[in-house]
Write a protein that binds this ligand. Structure first.
Ligand code: CTP
Ligand code: MG
Length: 169
């Protein structure tokens, strides 16, 4: 498997995960509602605008890549575009799932947790499996997950450094 092609394949997932930091805000996805444990379902850090903006930004990135950087394992530009969309949707769903789990464990938004770096990529990969199962292998998944973990930590430290996030994680 071509590592560069893999990196390009996963870009929409990263864009979708990063965009809410800039595009997010406003009404939280859970509309302020609490779960049976009395804690917020997702919390104020998961907003509707962040979710929609993240999916849109990731899909846009995937669409541009499909047009200008066609990858060999996609049957068509349309299939590549679709993979960008599902990677983005999965990224935001995984991110929200991570927050749901954090809230159930009593961890406040902004407090670090290993799932912060993993939820988005794992669910993104899971969703994209439906579009391009042929490129999946244990090595491929391990490579992307480990790379993402490292990149996510670096990106958040940078976002904090440049004042986009109040905490470096
Ligand atoms: N964000 C958003 N909507 C989303 C996801 C993220 O608006 N669906 C924005 C919020 O401004 C959030 C920021 O992106 O503060 C960073 O997201 P994240 O690191 O996931 O938030 P945390 O503060 O870590 O909160 P949580 O514990 O819920 O993950
Ligand atoms: Mg977080």
């Amino acid at each position: 498997m071509d590592l560069l092609a893999l990196l390009i394949f996963i870009i929409p997932c990263y864009v979708a995960n990063a965009a809410p930091v800039i595009l997010g805000g406003g009404q939280p996805m859970d509309l302020g509602a609490k779960f049976t444990d009395g804690r917020r379902i997702l919390g104020d850090a998961k907003t509707i605008r962040g979710f929609v903006g993240g999916v849109a930004a990731g899909t846009l990135a995937g669409g541009l890549l499909a047009l200008y950087v066609p990858l060999p394992f996609f049957e068509s530009a349309w299939a590549q575009f679709l993979s960008g969309f599902v990677l983005s949707l999965g990224a935001l769903a995984g991110d929200a799932l991570g927050s749901f789990i954090k809230r159930r464990m009593g961890i406040e938004p902004g407090k670090p947790f290993p799932l912060d770096q993993l939820g988005f990529i794992v669910v993104g990969l899971l969703f994209a499996y439906l579009v391009v199962p042929s490129i999946y292998s244990p090595e491929m998944v391990i490579f992307i997950v480990v790379l993402s973990y490292v990149l996510h930590i670096i990106a958040n430290a940078a976002a904090n450094r440049f004042g986009l996030k109040s905490v470096p994680w």
